[in-house]
Design a protein around this ligand. Structure first.
Ligand code: NCD
Length: 319
């Protein structure tokens, strides 16, 4: 691993990518590369976080993020404890604050939280001594998704971010993935372009480090990668789209549309995918698709994040 001599991870929590420097990002990605090697061994476990406890508090649905944090913790020998909204006392009227104090009293090293309210992760991080990872808060941020997307693109682009163009296509307005990726990738020198129907463009976008392109064919032309986003219907008010078939006719990433991008441009999707709506089945399964690589990258990247937060006080992450 290449690191500056005196690099030290300074963060108690990982709440948003905006708190990270380029050096922090490089450190996380390099660590994730070394942890990824463990994930491809016959015995996928090391004792690095033995004796550490990680709570996974997911108050919103999740397949990939929750499982990969769980697997990441276990592969480093941490004990992981999952708490879901259904089955917890949140359903008996307990406030977020009381739930979190209760968890803190059990003295975990890291709490990963996913919550439908923007700011929920910060709210608990400011009140607790342990490390807090934002596993997605409302529309606001999803820092580990952006880091794993960076990991995937760094490999696909042979380490060179500078001057590349990434198109993010789909429901930008409701997407914490789009927000986190816009900031992280543009900090690394990537030109981020976005395209969505007018009703799914985000408010306040003038301040985003992003180029918005209205016409979808113009938007795809010549890009070095395309990231598709799901229509996040559960986060939308009704009436933002005339119809789903109209949406897919214009915005679905088909082989024909992808053909306008640079040849071999990788295709990403954070999942869950709605085949035929924002991405066609042919594109989802084509050789350019990196969707499953993103899932593997998720385990390695979350191993790096858990390691950095859980060992911060031990002085164990100085390289
Ligand atoms: C994303 C999320 O939850 O924000 N999924 C994920 O974490 N892999 C995107 C989505 O829900 O569409």
């Amino acid at each position: 691993m290449e690191h500056e001599n005196h690099y030290l991870w300074q963060h108690k929590d990982l709440l948003d990518v905006t708190q990270l420097s380029r050096e922090d990002v490089r450190h996380v990605l390099d660590l994730a590369e070394s942890f990824d090697a463990i994930n491809h061994r016959p015995v996928k476990k090391v004792p690095t976080l033995k004796g550490k406890s990680v709570v996974l508090f997911f108050a919103e649905n999740s397949t990939r993020t929750k499982t990969s944090f769980d697997m990441a913790g276990k592969r480093l020998s941490a004990d992981t404890f999952a708490l879901a909204k259904s089955g917890s006392s949140i359903n008996k009227g307990e406030s977020l604050k009381d739930t979190v104090w209760t968890l803190q009293a059990m003295n975990p090293d890291v709490i990963v939280i996913r919550h439908s309210s923007s700011g929920a992760a910060r709210f608990i991080a400011e009140r607790l001594d342990c490390g807090v990872v934002n596993g997605g808060d409302g529309w606001h941020a999803h820092p580990t998704q952006a880091l794993l997307d960076c990991f995937t693109l760094r490999r696909a682009w042979q380490n060179a971010f500078e001057g590349r163009t990434l198109l993010i296509l789909g429901d930008i307005a409701h997407s914490r993935v789009a927000r986190s990726n816009a900031h992280l990738l543009s900090m690394l020198g990537v030109k981020v372009r976005m395209c969505a129907p007018r009703t799914l463009l985000p408010a306040g976008r003038e301040t985003w480090p992003v180029e918005f392109v209205g016409d979808v064919r113009e938007a795809v032309k010549g890009v070095d990668a395309v990231m598709c986003l799901r229509l996040q219907l559960e986060r939308q008010e009704a009436g933002l789209l005339p119809s789903l078939s109209e949406y897919s006719r214009r915005f679905c990433l088909t082989p024909e549309l992808l053909g306008l991008a640079k040849s071999g441009a990788p295709v990403l999707h954070p999942g869950p995918m709605n085949r035929g709506l924002e991405i066609s089945a042919q594109v989802a399964d084509c050789p350019q698709s990196r969707v499953l690589d993103q899932v593997s990258a998720g385990v390695a990247t979350r191993m790096a994040v858990l390691y950095l937060l859980a060992t911060r006080k031990d002085g164990g992450n100085q390289q």
